[in-house]
Design a protein around this ligand. Structure first.
Ligand code: TXA
Ligand code: MG
Length: 315
């Protein structure tokens, strides 16, 4: 699906059915929420999620927000708690994202959490977003539908400016009502504001009946994705392996003999989709070292190498 033609879909039942069908096929579909347009993909499909990073030109695997239609669907993915219940009652559906512990066995691609043991979830309020989530019937991973480093899109035309030819479709639902990304509240531990947004710290503190801590400036929102140990397998990791030593688990790329191949055809999107899964599998073999073929440092390869270099870094 390289260089797809980007269709503009209408925000009525026919358009949303088409959008849901595309998501089921692993396509990328941008859609309006009340905050910004999201770049949606089936959150259970590794390849589709990997394509989000590719389409955005994101240099690293930031964890993504999963969008759901209702509370029952949310509770299947995360460990629910009293604080979550309180803020969800007060503010969902709406421009609020909650970070909660990922449930054991939750059906969601590891690329969505970037290997973290928490998951960001949100029930959006925009009718078009809710109708799409109901039509699709599963979790949708969606960062803002802009190229990395560019301004967030609040209209279908903004999405097309950045992503035309890189995604399959955009649902045109007019302008976004909030126009600013959701507030992110961490509830895996002490309630902590991880990103300011449409709902304020004061409002959340009032709902919870206790002050919400603010993440200090130095701990940027991308920090969870940057914590080295989250990517480190138990085994040592040897990078740029062009030969294999006895006893090593062999993680290949391209036309090489190995234990698991990130992509035998040298496809970086496929490699990104397989990366976390395969590191887990090879670690589980009990090998002392996982040796990894060189990965070209272009496109998604930069992100793959970023994660691999963290996995290989001194602990
Ligand atoms: O309003 C929004 O939130 C929009 C719409 C589309 O829903 N989405 C959005 O996604 O802004 P994005 O990917 O641009 O920002 C998501 C933020 C990132 O900064 C990421 O680091 C943080 O959420 N995040 C996601 N999962 C997290 C986790 N498990 N722990 C901490 N932060 C997390
Ligand atoms: Mg963004």
């Amino acid at each position: 699906m390289a260089n797809p033609t980007t269709q503009t879909l209408t925000a009525d039942a026919a358009g949303l059915d088409q959008a849901a069908a595309l998501l089921r096929q692993g396509a990328l579909v941008a859609f309006p929420t009340e905050t910004v347009y999201g770049l949606g993909a089936d959150a259970c499909n590794d390849h589709a999620v990997a394509r989000i990073y590719e389409a955005k030109g994101r240099p690293s695997f930031n964890p993504l927000i999963v969008h759901l239609a209702d509370l029952d669907a949310v509770k299947q993915l995360v460990v629910w708690n009293d604080a979550a219940e309180a803020v969800a009652r007060a503010w969902w559906p709406g421009p609020l994202t909650l970070v909660l512990p990922l449930r054991d066995g939750a059906q969601v691609s590891k690329l969505v959490t970037a290997g973290l043991d928490t998951l960001a979830v949100r029930i959006p309020q925009a009718p078009v977003a809710r109708a799409l989530l109901r039509a699709f019937g599963g979790p949708v991973a969606a960062p803002s539908a802009n190229r990395s480093g560019q301004i967030s899109p609040t209209r279908a035309a903004h999405v097309l400016q950045g992503l035309s030819g890189r995604i399959e479709a955009v649902v045109d639902g007019g302008a976004c009502h909030v126009g600013l990304e959701s507030t992110i509240l961490g509830l895996a531990g002490k309630p902590t504001l991880l990103r300011p947004g449409g709902i304020t710290l004061e409002q959340l503190s009032e709902t919870l009946g206790a002050p919400v801590a603010e993440r200090r400036d130095t701990e940027t929102i991308s920090a969870p994705g940057q914590i080295r140990s989250h990517y480190a397998p138990r085994a040592q990791v040897r990078l740029n392996a062009t030969d294999w030593n006895d006893g090593e688990a062999r993680l290949g790329f391209g036309d090489v003999a190995c234990d698991l191949n990130l992509s035998a055809t040298g496809d970086l999107t496929e490699a990104a989709a397989n990366l976390f899964e395969f590191l887990h599998s090879l670690d589980a073999t009990g090998a002392e070292t996982i040796a990894v073929s060189p990965i070209p440092h272009v496109g998604l390869g930069v992100a793959i190498n970023d994660r691999l270099s963290r996995a290989a870094a001194e602990r």
